[in-house]
Write a protein that binds this ligand. Structure first.
Ligand code: INI
Length: 168
């Protein structure tokens, strides 16, 4: 939201945590590490509902693992049926370089979808060295990154509307 006051004042835009009732959200969630990811899904849906999103405007798509997240985000973005997509998953380091490939591709892929389609896509994919770190970030002592990704999606949809209204 922005109001230009006079020619020598700064113009600012910032999204609000207010949801237009028509806003549709999609969650893309991995089954891999589901014991952590289901908590991210709960956090994200809790955040959406607490901000007034009706369950009928929430779609959840489950994919095997983080590697598969960008393809589904791309498909959902190209459908133009969603105002925001929230990517949820957990990539946890093992004893091989596999982690680097999966974590690198999911972050790059999700960012590419947002840039290509101009759709709000937020990143609630944990990339952790240990299972403990993942548990801490999925609803215990370090918060819930699914909740945070959903709140970021709400703010970005609002910001997008404000920028569109200002023809930016
Ligand atoms: N997928 C994850 O979501 N998290 C991981 O930690 C992970 N590791 O470590 O292997 C993982 N691998 C599976 C990958 O995302 C694909 O589903 C699989 O390779 C099939 O394409």
């Amino acid at each position: 939201m922005a109001a230009k006051k006079s020619s020598n004042e700064i113009t600012r835009f910032e999204g609000q945590l207010v949801v237009d009732p028509k806003t549709r959200f999609a969650l893309v969630a991995t089954r891999f590490n589901s014991f952590v990811v289901e908590s991210l899904v709960s956090g994200a849906t809790d955040a959406l509902k607490r901000h007034g999103v009706s369950p009928g405007n929430i779609t959840i798509v489950h994919v095997p693992g983080a590697w598969e997240v960008p393809l589904v985000c791309q498909r959902l973005a190209s459908s133009e049926k969603f105002d925001a997509i929230i990517a949820l998953g957990a990539v946890i380091r093992g004893g091989t370089p596999h982690f680097e490939y999966v974590a690198g591709e999911v972050s790059k892929g999700v960012a590419q979808v947002a840039a290509e389609f101009g759709t709000v896509v937020t990143f609630g994919v944990l990339t952790c060295d240990t299972i403990e770190q993942a548990v801490e970030r999925s609803g215990t002592k370090a918060g819930n990154k699914g909740f945070d990704a959903a709140v970021a999606a709400i703010e970005m949809v609002s910001l997008d509307a404000a920028l569109t209204q200002a023809k930016l």
